[in-house]
Design a protein around this ligand. Structure first.
Ligand SMILES: NC(=O)C1=CN([C@@H]2O[C@H](COP(=O)(O)OP(=O)(O)OC[C@H]3O[C@@H](n4cnc5c(N)ncnc54)[C@H](O)[C@@H]3O)[C@@H](O)[C@H]2O)[C@@H](O)CC1
Ligand SMILES: [K+]
Length: 552
């Protein structure tokens, strides 16, 4: 329904590269030449007039790419200064180094050398890529902090740092900088442009990745075609098949551009479903009935936001259910909303005898005691539901008994830490070696432990489902939803709208992971469409515009 871009861990990327090379269809040298040529091409697109460039080459294949870039820029008339090291262990990088030496010298890769050089139009960071396993040593750290000043946001410099695969020091599996505290952020190597190869990696989209990578471009280096065609017959048992993060995908601002043909088709299907043109349900009950459980007097705003979102996203019917004594608080618009008093768990059990109720939302503005009282009845029904806000606080004391695969938990970081304190602690710890424990790892662990779909909110929202029942040792599907381009979405009540969108989509029949991913995407799309100045009340009313933008 909303598959996003497939993303690969660094281990998967290496496995694919090795398998492609073992097949004899491509050599490491060829891949490196394509990678370097792609980066040089993107530099020349951005800076069409040849200028001055410094290329910093590290010890591995990332450095090898750097030597290829240096050659391409030199051929195109650029004045290129290369800083590198004497010993390049890999044969491909050594060959590219040798070929560069025919064009120019290699100066020592030191902070002093970098600082002593002339001012350049472009600095290319080809020090570390997917091979980073530990924090950069003192000399490289000094170079990186000098490069800081060349990044996109620095006040005194034009944006001119180009990262090969990633800014060096960034762990491409987690988006953390190795050796640095995750919070607060005190060091930022910010590239203006990052050219990565084949597929985005989790670290491009998580934590500090989006901010530090700048514009992210994914260059095809021929592996994708090989994977989709020639690797076909031998796919079963291929290393990336088993290592694949059980289909980890990402929805990020560039995702529809990354693979236009596939997304045009997907967009059509999404539009058809969202606008009810697909399927033969013509009756309002054909689009489900969502219940939004609400709180007592004076708490109505949050649940009303959820209810409005559930209506806008197309649930056939939406009923808001406060305690009987608070019904009066919920009598205002929208008139499409139905109201029904639900005092306690028994009343909810009675109401849920109606099998046409297909999705529920518990938590926003509910009050912790009321949420705790309603939870057993709700979970006992086995009905699809979203548990947010106060329901999560109640869960943190009650435990996970009764949760099932059709539940979606939508914690923010604080709620996540209350529900899964050990996972949050691991996620906060300073990573001293790579790959660092990532938000994807944490959310997957949380989904496995709770037995529910977990959506961890943030500019890099991560959603994961529990492992398949038949294969509990495997991981379920996971989705990264990157909305780092809409910081104004972080506003009071925005989470209540998200919970309502997901409840509406569940009511309409989407499976839990798909409803959560689609909800997160619609939420960000609505915010993107409105722009800065947004308040949560504006979000639901942007949804019809988002549908129209889909070409629906
Ligand atoms: N393998 C391939 O076929 C291709 C790889 N490509 C490039 O190769 C990169 C990966 O290359 P490598 O695996 O050689 O790794 P890197 O070039 O990222 O790192 C170089 C080596 O440095 C060492 N290292 C790790 N952390 C260190 C630290 N903190 N201080 C000092 N040394 C450290 C590791 O042994 C690592 O192998 C990708 O990011 C990409 O740029 C591209 O050329 C495309 C093809
Ligand atoms: K790099």
């Amino acid at each position: 329904m909303l598959s996003g871009t497939e993303i690969l861990t660094t281990a998967q990327m290496r496995a694919i590269e090795s398998a492609a090379m073992a097949s004899g269809k491509v050599t490491g040298l060829k891949l490196m030449k394509r990678a370097g040529a792609a980066v040089a091409g993107h530099i020349r697109l951005r800076w069409p007039r040849p200028g001055r460039a410094t290329v910093l080459c590290g010890p591995g294949n990332n450095g090898g790419d750097g030597y290829v870039i240096a050659r391409h820029l030199a051929w195109a008339g650029w004045q290129v200064r290369v800083l590198g090291i004497d010993n390049t262990p890999g044969p491909d990088a050594a060959e590219m180094r040798r070929q560069w030496l025919a064009l120019g010298p290699i100066l020592p890769l030191t902070d002093a050398e970098l600082r002593s050089g002339p001012d350049c139009d472009v600095y290319v960071d080809a020090i570390f890529g997917t091979g980073l396993t530990r924090p950069p040593g003192r000399e490289i750290a000094a170079i990186l902090s000098c490069l800081d000043g060349y990044g996109g946001d620095a006040a005194f410099y034009r944006p001119r740092l180009v990262a090969v695969d990633c800014p060096s020091g960034l762990c491409l599996d987690s988006g953390a900088f190795l050796g640095q505290a995750r919070q607060p952020v005190w060091h930022n190597l910010r590239a203006a442009l990052t050219v990565a190869f084949d597929s985005p990696k989790p670290g491009h989209l998580l934590e500090r990745g989006p901010e530090c990578c700048g514009e992210l471009v994914i260059a095809d280096i021929g592996l994708r075609e090989w994977r989709e065609t020639e690797a076909g017959p031998s796919r079963n048992g291929a290393p990336w098949r088993t290592q694949r993060m059980a289909s980890l995908s990402a929805i990020w601002p560039g995702f529809e551009i990354a693979d236009r043909r596939r997304f045009a088709d997907e967009k059509r299907k999404r539009a058809a479903w969202l606008t009810k043109r697909e399927g033969d349900a013509r009756h309002k009950f054909g689009h489900g009935h969502a219940l939004i459980l609400a709180g007592g007097m004076g708490q109505g705003g949050a649940a009303r936001l959820s209810a409005r979102a559930a209506l806008r996203v197309g649930a056939g019917l939406v009923t808001i259910c406060p305690p009987q004594s608070a019904l009066i608080e919920y009598l205002g618009p929208p008139d499409a909303l139905m109201r029904r008093g639900v005092n306690d768990g028994d009343a909810l059990i009675g109401l849920l005898r109606d099998g046409r109720i297909t999705g529920l939302c518990l938590g926003p503005g509910c009050g912790i005691d009321r949420a705790a009282g309603l939870l057993p009845a709700l979970l006992g029904s086995g009905r699809s539901c979203v548990l947010d806000a106060d329901a999560l606080t109640a869960l943190a004391t009650q435990g996970f008994a009764g949760l099932h695969r059709n539940c979606v938990l939508t914690p923010h970081a604080g709620e996540f830490a209350r529900l899964f304190p050990d996972l949050a602690e691991r996620l906060d710890a300073r990573p001293d070696k790579g790959p660092a424990y990532s938000r994807v790892d944490a959310v997957r662990d949380a989904a496995a432990r709770s037995g529910a779909v977990v959506l961890l909110k943030g500019p890099d929202t991560v959603i994961a489902e529990p492992p398949p029942r038949a294969h509990p040792h495997l991981t379920g599907r996971a989705v990264i939803h990157s909305a780092s381009d809409v910081p104004w979405l972080a506003t009071a009540g925005s989470g209540d709208v998200l919970a309502g969108l997901i409840a509406g989509l569940l009511a309409r029949g989407l499976p839990a992971l798909d409803a959560a991913a689609m909800g997160a995407w619609l939420h960000a799309a609505a915010a993107r469409r409105f722009g800065p100045g947004l308040i949560a009340d504006d979000l639901p009313d942007q949804i019809p515009g988002v549908f129209r933008d889909l070409g629906a």
